[in-house]
Design a protein around this ligand. Sequence first.
Ligand code: GLN
Length: 197
Amino acid sequence: MQAGVIAVQGDVSEHAAAIERAAAAHGETADVVEIRQSGIVPECDVLLMPGGESTAISRLLQSEGIAPEIQAHVDAGKPVLATCAGLIVAAEDAKDERVQNLDLIDVTVDRNAFGRQKDSFEAPLDVKGLDEPFPAVFIRAPLIDEVGEDVEVLATWEGDPVAVKQGPVVGTSFHPELTSDSRIHDLAFFDTVEALQ
Ligand code: GLN
């Protein structure tokens, strides 16, 4: 499996390791490639959009010509996992003119609301499809404030959605790569990849 991690900015290496762990759990190998320029996304089976700083990620995805390639990847039904700042960029609207939203998933987010109130914390999270709670790390996390009718909410925290799925796209407000638990990568990539075969 060829897995691309968007690497223009943000926490890239942790995601690469988490994808490799998830692949190993399925008896597969993932070749992870870091994406900083156009031309690589079309070679990838799955894509990961990491956390970091959404305004910087957005700007670089546009200037490097990577943004339309990500949209074409989703249009082809291929999986994407977007976490934290990645989710902010993947959303339909982040209500911040510095972020050019890719509209990969029909949710709107508030970049700062959750973060300012709660800053950073870790919590055990019940996630649809997982038997045991997931140790979710929230770091200046975006609040998902509106969810379209085709979006499935996979997890909520204090009543707000924090993990969502629409078609091949999974988005989380938290950072699933920061623990050794790779079940979210597994759920995002292997369930969908197997369904496509
Ligand atoms: N608050 C950050 C942003 O707006 C996201 C934080 C993160 O990815 N940990 O981009």
